[in-house]
Write a protein that binds this ligand. Sequence first.
Ligand code: TRP
Length: 461
Amino acid sequence: MTAQRDQFSSRLGFILVAAGSAVGLGNIWRFPFLVGDGGGAAFVMVYLVFSFLIGFPIMVAEIAIGRKSHRDPVGAFKVLGFPQWSFIGMLGVISGIIILSFYNVVAGWAFGYFLEMLEGHFDVGGQFSEFVKDWVRVGAYAIIFMATTAFIVSNGVSRGIERAAKVLMPALVLLITALTVYAMTLPNAMEGVRFYLVPDFSKLTPNVLYQGMGQAFFSLSLGMGALITLGSYTSHKDNIIGAAAAITLADVGIAFIAGLMMFPFVFSQHLPPTGGAGLIFATLPGVFGALPGILGVVVGALFFLLLSFAALTSTVSLMEVPASYLVDERGMNRKVAVWGLAAFIFVLGIPSLLGNGALDVFTRFITLPGHEEPTSFMDLMGFIASDTFLPLGGFLVAWFTIRVWKRHNFDTEMTTGDEIARGSWLQTYINFSITYIIPVVLATMVIITILDRFFGISIMG
Ligand code: TRP
């Protein structure tokens, strides 16, 4: 059954595709705006701690489950002998569908901004709210994006994207690094750096903890079986711990640089950091427009083009989870499954599409407990799927790995193909985190959040 399953062409191929999944709008769009809304450096710290302490070990567990079973996230648990745990995979399939529904809308914005930059429309920064209100146009971009994703996924694990990622991801890193250096030269830049790096601990609220945790899972593509799926295409020659370390470092590093670039830009233009989901779209065009001559068009278009590409490698991995479920478990034809999903998920994304100003019901959708302002439909989806389902999925994976699948099986799998890791401190650390840290921290998070949201009791700040 697994004999003719697709495999990555090389070790680096897996790392590139997994890093391509991890690096996306989460790093460059979502991370900076959550930092801005969450009061700056305090949020950054929470995010970093969750990424390394909890995210990295869960990533190792997901890849190990995927490689051992060579199946989709639902089937993986059955193959390992625990069919009653396949509900974890089902939760992942649902999370993936929800996340993709709004992620695709934002990817469409990034693509639209690429076109705007090409035409030299730098004032589109100040007109972000007009831009997203134009639902016909933004909807067309979203359709283009979804169709491109479906096209790639329907053709299987694609070599093309591996090859493109090899060039385009480093290009994105170079570009944001150069922009960060430039940002430091602008007036008021240091105020931005201070906001980003010097923590104000009074900002460490339960909400910041919750969103920082969710962002760590979201950015690393964890908690919904995306890495079980990608891991299922790896071979026993691959080195799981090393790959997970490389992916985590790349993903966190890119988010960190993106933040370091963004806040000097924000403060030098005297914009409020609390711009919400529009932060990068409102901030960056003005920066590009101020560059001399044609440089603004070139850099601006390149930036949003590379961002669109980074988003595409992520939408592909998001789509891959429900698609591989329908193909592996339901025996559906891959093309039918993928195009059906694309249509369904696009429709599910329509309230997110309309919920950024075009239609008031979706823009001011619901007032969550503990919040004063109503939350948009899109933010609600982020809250449910990214900030709640992903950590829940990660917790269940950790629990399953140690208490059901059992530690010795996990130990064997995570070190197969990796002589150096066997018995190393890193292996000890991963086991310790999965066995103790993750259950304790996540249980504490649940308690803090429930007390805060529903009873108004804050044991912090
Ligand atoms: N990590 C991606 C980003 O930061 C988004 C993403 C892709 C994702 N695949 C995922 C998030 C799977 C959670 C699960 O943009």
